[in-house]
Write a protein that binds this ligand. Structure first.
Ligand code: TRP
Length: 340
């Protein structure tokens, strides 16, 4: 068995299930852009529509949300020339490899996934088979490109461990060194964006209150208002981040500032020490509007030209298949599937 060396390659995906928030931007998309610009890895970014349909999606909404996510990627700085930007269902090799992984992964492994337990809840019997098999498709997304690094949020860590288990079991069962053992690149606490009205909860597109989140499609006025109305506490900013202990809302606003300006949270508190949150929020609103309003404007512009978005996705799928097809062909050969 020879040690294979793998091309440094990043893969990550976001579900087009609607409603991109500041959390998606700072926690995922902006990091994807940074990795693209670093130029140390090939970068592949994906709208995982096949994952989205593991729970019901209205077909018209799904199409719109997929194009909107694509617009969000591009408006945020993902360059379809520098990165491969794709829609999962347009690259059939994902689903083809997923079937093989369904036969490698064990029922017990899947049953232990906390996302499965949370999403199926008390109604496992009534959940789709796809929801149960979700992590095997995710492993296929990554391994069909022999991706070596995967930036994800903390909540996806378990799925990435499962991806490593699938790669290792495949390699072991077939006596090959074919799939890489992928490294997760987990988001730090500073990039996890919390609810603007309750700093102990994650910012979510599904919270019933609009005041709790900033949407990537919000205009300048809306962004400024939501930040100015964000919950805080009466104390001024401390001069070290330790002074944010037990103050989740204050910490969240500092983290958002740091995320938007590429500073450390410590640098943000030092520069604003002693300031009351009323003033801090005014300055933060200005920073957020400067950064986010142009992205929302560009998304709206792109959404008016659907043919251009579809052209970009078509081209992305072609480039993706150039990498994926030979890896799938080799996998088929290893497994013993006859191809003429
Ligand atoms: N499961 C991921 C999420 O919900 C989305 C996803 C699908 C993904 N396939 C992936 C992320 C591959 C990273 C790599 O956030």
């Amino acid at each position: 068995m020879t040690e294979q060396t793998f091309t440094p390659r990043v893969f990550s995906g976001i579900q087009p299930s609607g409603g991109l928030t500041l959390g998606n931007y700072l926690g995922a998309i902006k990091r994807f852009v940074d990795m693209q610009e670093a130029g140390t890895h090939e970068t592949i970014y994906c709208m995982v529509d096949l994952h989205a349909i593991t729970v019901w999606q209205n077909p018209g909404d799904l199409m719109r949300n997929t194009r909107e996510l694509c617009a969000g990627f591009i408006a945020s700085g993902i360059d379809p020339e520098k990165s491969v930007l794709i829609n999962q269902s347009q690259v059939p090799e994902h689903a083809q490899l997923a079937w093989i992984f369904n036969c490698v992964a064990r029922m017990g492994w899947m049953g232990r996934m906390t996302q499965w337990k949370d999403k199926s809840g008390a109604n496992a019997e009534g959940s789709s088979l796809g929801l149960f098999a979700y992590p095997a498709l995710m492993a296929a997304d990554i391994l069909i490109y022999h991706a070596t690094h995967v930036p994800v949020g903390e909540d996806q860590k378990q799925h990435l461990e499962l991806t490593r288990d699938i790669a290792a079991k495949f390699n072991h069962d077939y006596g090959v060194d074919f799939f890489p053992i992928t490294e997760p690149v987990i988001e730090g606490a500073a990039t996890r964006v919390m609810n603007l009205q309750d700093g102990t909860k994650k910012m979510s597109k599904s919270d019933p209150s609009e005041k709790t989140r900033i949407n990537m499609t919000d205009d300048a006025d809306t962004i400024a208002k939501k930040i100015k109305k964000a919950k805080t506490d009466p104390d001024p900013l401390p001069d070290t981040i330790d002074g944010l202990d037990g103050r989740p809302e204050a910490r969240n606003l500092v983290n958002i500032w740091a995320g938007l300006t590429d500073e450390t949270p410590q640098a943000v508190v030092e520069a604003n020490a002693g300031k009351l949150f009323g003033y801090f929020k005014q300055d933060l609103a200005e920073i957020a509007v400067d950064k986010l309003a142009p992205i929302a404007g560009e998304m709206a512009r792109l959404m008016e030209d659907q043919t251009e978005i579809d052209r970009i996705l078509g081209r992305g799928a072609e480039r993706a298949r150039e990498i994926a097809a030979p890896i799938l062909a080799e996998t088929y050969k290893i497994v013993g599937l006859v191809k003429s």
